[in-house]
Every structure is written in C-alpha cells, then in structure tokens.
Write a protein that binds this ligand. Structure first.
Ligand code: PRP
Length: 182
C-alpha cells in the first residue's frame, strides 16, 4: 500500500495543475515589469511545490523569499491567531511583493500576513494562490491570481498535507474518509 492508495479521488490532475500554473505565470509576467523588481514570498510549507513550478514560467526579473506561519487552532480550521515561525530574510520596504499561497480557506492567515506586510512599507502587495475555497471565507481577502476555486473538501497533495504527509503527490486529491477518521 502506498500514499496514493489513501486517495479517494483526484480533484485536479497533474496535467490540469501544470496547464493552469503556466497560465498563472503568463498572467504574472503581464502584470509586472522588470523594473518592479518583484519579490515572490512563498508561504511555507504548503506553497513550496507551487512556487517551484510557477517560477519556471516567469520571464520577468524577480527574487524569491520564504515565510512560515503557524496557526493555532482546532483541527482543520485556523483560528486567525498566528505566529511567525520563519520571517523574511530581507526588508520589503518599497518593494512590489507577491504572496504565493497554496490555499485560501477562512482567509485568516492571509489577512494576518498582508496586514503585517503593510506595516513594513511595501510598494504593493498582491496575492497568488493555487486554490481558493470561497465557501469557507470568514474574512474578505482580495486575491489577484487564483488557480482554481474548489468546493469545501479536505484536499491534499501538490504541497498540501494531511498530518504533514502526502505533500509530494503531484495532483490535488481528496483523502479516503477512513484515513482521517482514524
Ligand atoms: C494553510 C495554507 C494557508 C492557510 C489557509 O497552511 O497554506 O496558509 O492554511 O487557511 P486559512 O485561509 O483558513 O487561514 P497550513 O496552516 O495548513 O500550514 P502548511 O502550509 O505548513 O501545511
């Protein structure tokens, strides 16, 4: 039995993801210029795979940095009380920042990050997320580049985990109920 056997269904296939990531890359290329010195901020851990694929489609000059956030909360919902586990290595003052996320659910994590960033005096802050679950939103957060809007199902793969595993799967899948009921 392997990790893939725990997946009940594939929600978004590897080829669908790759095609959409290429489109997002083109949208971002069109939205910025080389002079913007774009800084992509990958929110760990879930967005690592998305960032790695996305930057392969960027032609504009850019840099990347990483941030890791921990949300305290019960189970699958985030409480909005967040803690910075890893902060940016550099100042974003005067910089054009593009936050790269894997999924926006309640919106609380993103709301925290953007508020935090605006205190640092960036030139602009925009958001690119692979997935969005609009039906779960508790705080309205503007999203500039969205890969897929998905229903309220527990998804994993392509960076997203269940209990820190399954991040390696190249597709977005839904876990078998018996796995998360254990
Ligand atoms: C996920 C995701 C977002 C957040 C979205 O991170 O990467 O940061 O949850 O949820 P929200 O909109 O309800 O705040 P997670 O806490 O699972 O951490 P991980 O990326 O390290 O797995």
């Amino acid at each position: 039995m392997g990790l893939r056997d725990d997946v009940a269904k594939v929600l978004i296939s590897e080829s669908e993801i790759q095609a959409r990531v290429a489109e997002l890359g083109r949208e971002i290329n069109a939205a910025y210029t080389d002079d913007d010195r774009l800084l992509l901020v990958c929110v760990l851990k879930g967005a690592f795979m998305f960032l790695a694929d996305l930057v392969r489609h960027l032609d504009i000059r850019h840099e990347i940095d990483f941030m890791e956030i921990s949300s305290y909360g019960s189970g699958t919902t985030s409480s909005g009380v967040v803690r910075i586990l890893l902060d940016l290595a550099q100042s974003i003052e005067g910089r054009h920042v593009l936050i790269v996320e894997d999924i926006i659910d309640s919106g609380r994590t993103l709301d925290y990050i953007t508020r935090n960033f605006y205190t640092r005096g960036p030139a602009s802050v925009r958001v690119c997320t692979l997935l969005s679950k609009p039906s779960r939103r508790e705080i309205a957060v503007p999203l500039d580049f969205v890969g897929f809007e998905i229903p309220d199902e527990f998804v994993l793969g392509y960076g997203l985990d269940f209990a820190e595993e399954y991040r390696n799967l190249p597709f977005i899948g839904v876990l078998k109920e018996e796995i998360y009921a254990e």
